[in-house]
Design a protein. Sequence first.
Length: 156
Amino acid sequence: MTQGYTVIGNLTGDPELRFTPAGEAVANFTVASTPRYFDRATGQWRDGDALFLRCSIWRQAAENVAESLRRGARVIASGRLRQRTYQTREGDKRSVIELDVIEVGPSLLNATATVRRNTPTHGGFGPRSGASNGSRGHAVHDDTAPAAADPAEPTF
C-alpha cells in the first residue's frame, strides 16, 4: 500500500452502515487516538492531544465492521488519507482529512477476539442482498450516497 496511514484508538460510536443506490455497503466510524508520553519532571504518564479521525470502509468489509465493532472498542485501522473540500450552506469552504480504510480489526493489547470467516457471496465480492443481514450495526439505506465510479476507488 502506498502512502498508507495506520491509526490505533477507540471508536467514538457504533459504526454506521449505509448502502448506496447501487447496493454498495459503506460503514463510517470515528477513531479517537490519544498519544501518551512519560513526563520525566513529574514521573507520571500524561495524555497528549487527541486525534479524532473519520473513517470509511466499503463493501463486505463494511458489513463486517458494522457487525463486529462497537463504541469504545480499541481498533487498528489502516488505509489511505484523503483530503476532501466542501462548501457549507453559508458558503464557507472547509477541508477535512479522512481515512479510506483498507484493513481494520480489534486491538488485542487488552482484549481477546474470536475470528469467524464469512461464507463467500457472489464469488466473495459485493454486498449481501438487503440490509437485514443480522448485523448489529445501524443499517441505513442512503439514497444520497454517491455510487463509486470505480469499485476499487470509492468517491467521496
